[in-house]
Structure formats: C-alpha cells, structure tokens
Ligand binder design. Structure first.
Ligand SMILES: NC(=O)c1ccc[n+]([C@@H]2O[C@H](COP(=O)([O-])OP(=O)(O)OC[C@H]3O[C@@H](n4cnc5c(N)ncnc54)[C@H](O)[C@@H]3O)[C@@H](O)[C@H]2O)c1
Length: 391
C-alpha cells in the first residue's frame, strides 16, 4: 500500500527514529518511501536489535543524546516503550527537535500535559501517532460526516476482539501504571476513532474494565460509554483475551488490511505455563520484524466501527465503506495508495513545515489519554467520570 509520493519541497525533513521495535519497524518503510523525509539516524540501545537497524545504512546510536552529533535534525519519531515517552519528548523538544510520539503518548494525563507545555514553551510541534484515526476509512467516514451526508450523528460504536493479552510482552506493557494494558494501549486507538467521528468534546465517561486471567494480570478487556457535548453517544468494546476475532466481523480483514480467514490467522492463546521475561522479549523482538507489514491489499480495520446518523449508517468494508440508508446502500471504494503510516507522514510534513493546522497534536493525544484514564477510574469507582475542560 505504500505508494510513491511526490515531494513538493527541495529539502527533505530529517527525522531520527528512537527505539527500533515493532512500531518503528512498521514505520521505517513509509519514511524511506517518502521524498519529503530523510531518515537521519536510529537510536536503539539493545545490542540484539542494533544489527537490524544498521542494515538501513544510517548512523545507529545507543543513546538519545548522541543525536546531537548530527549536523541537522528536524525531528524525532519516538517509538520507545511508553514509560520513556514523557522524558524523551521533553528532552527532544528542549533540544530543538519536533516530536512524533507513539500512542499512548505517556503513562498518564499529567505527563502528557507536561509534554504539551514543553512543546509550547520550545515552540516545537508535538504530534501523536500512528493511531487508527489516521487510517483512510476513518478519515473518509469523518469527511462524509462533515459533508452532512449522514445527517446528525447520534451514535458511533466500535468493537475489537483480539489476542492482545497473550502476545509476547515486556512486563510493563501489562501494567496500567506504566501506560500498559489494553485500555491504555488499544483504547487509545478506539477513543481516537470515536472522538474523530463524533466531532465534539467528551462530557462523561462510564466504563467497566476487566482483568480476568490471574496468570497474566492486566486490563485485558473493557466496555466504555462516552457521552459527547453535541448529544452523540459512543461505545468502545475491546476483548483482548484471544477468543473470537474481530476478523469474524470484518469479512476476514485484519488490522493491517490482510485477508485472513480463520486458517490463516496466527492467534496467541493462553499458554500452559508462564514464559520467562527473557522468552517473552525474544519472542517480541522476533514478532516485531513482521507484526505490522508496510503494504497491504485491503483497508486497515481496527475491529469494526459503525457510525449512525439521522440519514443512515456507515461501516467499513474490505476496500472502503458502505453507507446504508432508507433508500438503499452505496459502496465506496477507497484508494490503497497511502498506508496508515504514509498518512501520518503526510500530516507530519505539513505540521513541521507549517503549511497546515495539525490535527493529531499533543492536546489531541492528551484528550485521548485522559478519556482512557477516566475509563479506568470509572471502572474502579463504579461511577461516571465528568471531564472538565482541559486546562
Ligand atoms: N501505533 C501502533 O499501531 C503501535 C503498534 C505497536 C506499538 N505501538 C506503541 O509504540 C511504542 C513501542 O512499542 P513496541 O511494541 O514497538 O515496543 P518494542 O519493545 O517492540 O520496541 C521498543 C524499542 O525501544 C528500545 N528502547 C528501549 N529503551 C530505549 C531508549 N532509552 N532509547 C531508545 N530506544 C530504547 C527497545 O530496545 C526496543 O527495541 C509503545 O508506546 C506502543 O504503545 C504503537
């Protein structure tokens, strides 16, 4: 799906990738295929991973500080473990570099606000991504809503069923104090989609969050209800316990746009006995090399999202969208030219060059994180959480 993108500027933006795991390895092909950007360096401290990074023919450093050796650097892509995002973002912004940081942008909303404040103080851009509202089908749904084709949107529902809990993980990825667990890690995508499509401020959050496997304790499933200040309501349902797959709802299309009927799915199930941290890390590093392919024959599906408006419903299909209304159905085919990461870079180029208003900026990421945090708080207290205006 990564297409050739024509550059409109003579000087490419120099970007360094920090952390060379699953997220970064998915992102690098988009950088290499985009003439607006030049990969300047990679920072990766793990000796087992550095040889893969070196194959890209750019300097590979062990420490973030070593990026100062580069003669010119416009910005960094932080694809490090979530607990490092806040301190590394602050350090990079203060060094004079723009920052693209992976989701969730931090471990909690307080850290996220510190990142936003630092970007403002340093007059640099902070962008959060990739997240699934960058995906072409979600962007197309948003445009359909904004053109008024569905009438007033009253409801958006998104469902995702995966094996997230049983995929190989570092310990902190399962701990919500460190931005881990499915509600922070995967809820970040769902809340991002719901806010993009409801197009208003979240007023209240009510949620239940589930931790059902004592052998692998984490927030592995949730049901979240959002009430928006324009009258819309939304739900995010996530079950990461390796039962039914969302692909049973998406005509067998996977998160990254592959046709995966049941016999082609690689599915992690509950292991007979716990793996050691070393085994988990090795399996994770192995999986990182192919977990998120750069190109795909169909549109990405983060589960299934359905928007309901006064004039009809819109849902994703393998190659686009389907609008169903009282007068029948319309199928819309969407271009496969730009992958989700190409679309992140398209927004990033405009943001860093100052040619368009950013959408997925620090405040956008902060609001997403704040809703995930509120969902966990609501589950803990059994109460609805009222979200104040951001400070
Ligand atoms: N947007 C997406 O679809 C998506 C997919 C996967 C992960 N993520 C996010 O990306 C982030 C990384 O997740 P991952 O699964 O790629 O993790 P990972 O463990 O596969 O990769 C992280 C890499 O960072 C390296 N690292 C550790 N400390 C470092 C430091 N101080 N400086 C530089 N590098 C360091 C590690 O050695 C590792 O190679 C998380 O925040 C996660 O939520 C996003």
């Amino acid at each position: 799906m990564t297409g050739q993108i024509a550059s409109t500027h003579a000087t490419p933006l120099r970007i360094a990738v920090v952390g060379f795991g699953a997220a970064a390895q998915a992102f690098v092909p988009a950088i290499l295929g985009n003439p607006e950007f030049e990969l300047a360096a990679i920072v990766e401290p793990h000796e087992d991973v550095q040889p893969q990074a070196r194959r890209l023919g750019v300097p590979v450093f062990s420490h973030l500080d070593q990026l100062r050796q580069l003669s010119r650097l416009d910005g960094v892509y932080l694809a490090t473990p979530t607990p490092l995002h806040a301190a590394q973002s602050v350090a990079c912004l203060e060094a004079g570099w723009h920052v693209l940081v992976e989701k969730p942008m931090a471990c909690n909303a307080a850290q996220a606000l510190r990142m936003v404040d630092t970007a403002k103080r340093c007059n640099k851009h902070l962008t959060v991504g990739h997240s699934h509202s960058f995906d072409a089908p979600i962007q197309a749904m948003r445009q359909i809503i904004q053109r008024g084709e569905l009438g007033k949107v009253h409801m958006v529902n998104t469902w995702c069923f995966t094996d997230w809990v049983y995929r190989p993980r570092r310990a902190e990825e399962l701990d919500s104090d460190f931005g881990g667990g499915a509600t922070f890690r995967q809820g970040a995508h769902q809340i991002d989609i719901l806010r993009a499509l409801c197009g208003a401020k979240v007023k209240t959050v009510k949620a239940k969050v589930f931790d059902v496997d004592p052998q692998r304790s984490t927030h592995g499933a949730h049901a979240i209800f959002l009430d928006f200040d324009n009258g819309a309501a939304a739900t995010a349902i996530y079950n990461g316990y390796g039962g039914m797959s969302s692909m049973d709802l998406t005509q067998n299309i996977s998160e990254w746009g592959f046709d995966q009927p049941p016999h082609l799915r690689t599915w992690y199930t509950r292991p007979d006995k716990a793996h050691s941290p070393e085994q988990e890390l090795k399996a994770k590093q192995q999986r990182a090399q192919s977990a998120i392919p750069a190109t795909s024959p169909h549109q990405p599906h983060f589960g299934l999202t359905v928007v309901s408006g006064a004039l009809g419903d819109v849902r994703q299909t393998p190659d686009g969208l389907q609008i169903s209304g009282p007068n029948g159905q319309t199928d819309i085919q969407l271009s496969l030219q730009a992958s989700p990461r190409d679309l992140v870079l398209a927004e990033l180029a405009h943001t860093w060059r100052g040619t368009a208003q950013p959408w997925h900026d620090g405040m956008w990421g902060y609001e997403n994180l704040r809703v995930c945090e509120a969902a966990i708080a609501s589950a803990a207290t059994g109460r609805e959480v009222l979200l104040d205006d951001p400070c």
